[in-house]
Write a protein that binds this ligand. Structure first.
Ligand SMILES: Nc1ncnc2c1ncn2[C@@H]1O[C@H](COP(=O)(O)OP(=O)(O)OP(=O)(O)O)[C@@H](O)[C@H]1O
Ligand SMILES: [Mg+2]
Length: 256
């Protein structure tokens, strides 16, 4: 089971967009059994899939706390083969409530290890825009990372932070997830964007995705309708880009 965290501490870098749409494509086009686990109090993964997550219970918080079993927490989505562990504001108390638990950073890792063998091919973790206990849980649980980097002036900072966190993990635990894909996001053809893209290519020669996700209003529109791009505008350039990125992640599956 691949466990892929979509992570960048900067906000609004397309983490959720990529997580939800790549998960939907992998389920629909490759027949993968995909679980998305929303780790953000904003609950945007569920909202993007048309689920009303406000006030929903139980959620990822209850699962991490051991207060609800997985079967009570997991929800079907409109996309066959794609399931969701939803989140909402209730997750905000997690950090304080878990503070006394010495294994607090391993809660998600342990819960994922308890899933029935063979139930999912991929678990995608939609991370919040911060370095918090939840991000720490994602980094400890994931075997791979997708790092979307918006091509704006400060964008490289977030990517640099991730590399620092990975180095700290290796130091502390002797292991860390590998970076499977660095995705240039919100691309617009400007000199600055191309310069940042070049820097990313230097820093991540192997990991940089072959497709950049351009700025496309259809993506925002799809989310506002609670639909994936493949339901909302299947023939659009945005759908082609997100499909190509999902295909790239599929092809970069670790051997074995
Ligand atoms: N390629 C794109 N073109 C235009 N708008 C986009 C694109 N990708 C995402 N968006 C919009 O930008 C906003 C932020 O995207 P998204 O929620 O995926 O980012 P995020 O990294 O998950 O944000 P957060 O850090 O808050 O979790 C959303 O409103 C989304 O619809
Ligand atoms: Mg998000």
């Amino acid at each position: 089971m691949r466990k892929v965290a979509f992570i960048n501490e900067k906000g609004g870098t397309c983490k959720t967009t990529l997580c939800v749409n790549m998960g939907a494509w992998l389920a629909a086009q490759r027949g993968r059994r995909v679980l998305i686990c929303d780790l953000d109090t904003q609950g945007h993964a569920g909202k993007s899939l048309g689920l009303d997550v406000r006030g929903m219970t139980p959620t990822v918080r209850d699962w991490l706390d051991g207060a609800a079993p997985f079967e009570a927490v997991v929800r079907r989505t409109p996309v066959p083969g794609l399931e969701l562990v939803p989140s909402n504001k209730g997750l905000s108390g997690f950090t304080v409530a878990a503070a006394a638990d010495p294994a607090r950073a391993d809660r998600l890792r342990r819960r994922l290890a308890e899933l029935p063998a063979g139930r999912y091919d991929l678990v995608l973790l939609d991370c919040p825009p911060s370095l918090s206990l939840l991000t720490e849980n994602a980094l400890r649980a994931a075997t791979e990372l997708v790092v979307p980097v918006a091509l704006t002036y400060l964008a490289l900072d977030g990517a640099a932070e991730i590399l620092e966190s990975l180095a700290a993990l290796v130091e502390a635990h002797g292991e860390a997830p590998r970076v499977s894909l660095v995705v240039p996001a919100l691309y617009r053809k400007t000199q600055l964007a191309d310069e940042i893209l070049e820097k990313l290519r230097e820093r991540f020669p192997q990991e940089l995705a072959g497709t950049a996700l351009s700025w496309a209003v259809k993506i925002d529109e799809a989310q506002s309708h609670g639909m994936t791009i493949f339901e909302y505008a299947p023939a659009s350039p945005a759908a082609r880009m997100l499909g190509a990125l999902a295909d790239e992640l599929d092809r970069r599956a670790p051997a074995g």
